[in-house]
Design a protein around this ligand. Sequence first.
Ligand SMILES: [Zn+2]
Length: 440
Amino acid sequence: MGRLGFLFFFFLFSLCLLEFLQFFCLVVVVDAKANNRNQLSLTPINRDLYHSGEDLMEEIKALVNRHPDKLLLETVKSGNRDYQAEVKVVTYCRRRQESDDRSKFRILLSFGQHGRELITSELALRILTILSEERFLPNMDPASLNSTLDKLVIKVVPMENLNGRELVEAGDLCERRNGRGVDLNRNWSVDWGKKEKDYDPYEENPGTAPFSEPETQIMRKLAVSFDPHIWVNVHSGMEALFMPYDHKNTTPDGIASQRMKLLLEKLNHLHCRERCMIGSGGGSVGYLAHGTATDYMYDIAKVPMAFTFEIYGNEAASPKDCFKMFNPTDTDTFNRVLNDWSLAFFTIFELGPHHLGQIPAKASASKSEKWVSIDEYLEGYLMERSSRYGKKKEVLELGLQEIRTYFRLFLLSSVLLMFMFCSRISKGKCTRPIVSAIPL
Ligand SMILES: [Zn+2]
């Protein structure tokens, strides 16, 4: 009986081993197939719609040269540990000689902080073209536009992450970090370096210390010296209008927060067809982000209205198909995004000073509750968390499917084998007494 038991368990053990090996081989094959499939269907950069980074900056330079009365282009360079970076800054002031007038309302806009989000820099060019009056907004009265712009100084960083953008154009279409692998939107000092459970250095490497990166250093200096009233960090990947905080799932208290919320509500209504997600970055996007520019601008640089806009996202795109996921690929959508969002920015130019000047008597309390509702947050959190790093999700899903199938097969074959063994054992047990009974 002991020997039979041993044989039985040995057989079961071998069976388990075999099943495991089979499962392992199949997962590898399925993954390889999935990879092949994705590689085949990757969307390349549409060169008919998008400028190369170099051409875009050249075009901006030419635009500035054509309008020296309104525009100024400056290049700021910095570097450390064998890494060099430069950031180009365009300053707009309707009468340029007044650009240092501190009574003017100051707006700082950054585009292209993540390399793969090409559409954002195209929007920067579009806004500058409209500001220079080479292009006009539909249904915008020039007289009222001019009186709006008279009050402003606008600084635009069209492509914050030039080195990262180069990597994208060289073929690494999913790269969002800078030229040495640091995420420029995790390199700021507010709650820097904290890592969530599903932290992926490919996406969110915060660098060796807050402000370790030259690009972030340049942006911080620019923010501190310019001291803007409004900051907007423009990204793509979804459609959203975010305000602080990114590192926690709440919005700040008080009037400042209410002003921001009201402005975002208006923008959503006027230019986003109510589609945009609104609220704190950390509470709405589905994950907390630590060390972001917008949290720094609000908390440390004391910019009264600090935002992150997400201007486009294609959720239907495969997570590895980054150009398609982060950028419109057809002419109609490309133009629609640029039109809608340049209008949104001109609404900010018009309403921003009003919103800061006149504090509304009553902000919509019911809505502010809704924004930080823990149920909604958790729902979003659970839903979005899995897609935070799209490329992981796909592999995970394939893996899970295989595990389910093989677990079922494994159970079935184990039950069958056990049944066969048991029936043999019981056969053996039954036959012996019969044989021994024969002599009786
Ligand atoms: Zn981004």
